[in-house]
Design a protein around this ligand. Structure first.
Ligand code: FDM
Length: 182
């Protein structure tokens, strides 16, 4: 009999909402309960495509907005074979950001509509659960290193938060919204 497929769980939110910490805690808790689990993150900062994204986020290079969006999306697609393999092996994947961040961050820029932003991620592996960690932009600004990367301004993060809101109304996705977690 084929083994049970792992679950695909995503944590989303604005910058500095504590997603990475909560992803690690969730992986640890799953493992302790006897379920194989691993963490992934997007952008995954190890691939060639992501070198371009990192350089853009760190304000070392300028890139056209559509091109940046497609690079973020390409970074998800390049990891799909690995994700599928792990899920089939019964490993639960806990993912720090997914296509929702892609859509929310790009559509917060002038001249981008949600519809266009969603197209390049159509067909990615479906999620079992997406948890949105709430955080006010004022709280985010108090967190360490805020302001170093391109999108880390309170004004832009507020816009991103607003762009997540319609995405969370999609009833075909299992959204769970959580306030600050310990
Ligand atoms: N980001 C992240 C995007 O703009 N689009 C995307 O598709 C993804 C996955 O990259 F400001 C932005 C969100 C954030 C930045 O993310 C880097 P981390 O989680 O801070 O590394």
């Amino acid at each position: 009999m084929a083994g049970k497929r792992g679950a695909l769980i995503v944590l989303e939110g604005v910058d500095k909402a504590g997603k990475t910490t909560q992803c690690s805690k969730l992986v640890q808790a799953l493992k302790q309960s006897g379920r194989p689990a691993e963490m992934l993150r997007f952008p995954d900062r190890t691939t060639t495509i992501v070198q371009l994204i990192s350089s853009y986020l760190e304000k070392r290079t300028e890139l056209e907005g559509h091109a940046v969006h497609l690079l973020f999306s390409a970074n998800r697609w390049e990891l799909v074979p690995l994700m599928k393999k792990k899920l089939e092996q019964g490993i639960t994947l806990v993912v720090d950001r997914y296509a929702f961040s892609g859509v929310a961050f790009t559509s917060a820029k002038p001249g981008f509509c949600l519809d266009w932003c969603m197209k390049s991620d159509v067909g990615l592996p479906k999620l079992d659960l997406v948890m949105f960690l709430e955080q006010s932009s004022a709280e985010a600004a108090l967190r360490g290193h805020f302001g170093e990367e391109r999108y880390e301004t309170s004004v832009f993060q507020r816009l991103v938060q607003q762009k997540f809101e319609p995405l969370m109304k999609d009833e075909s996705v299992n959204w769970q919204v959580r306030g600050q977690l310990g």
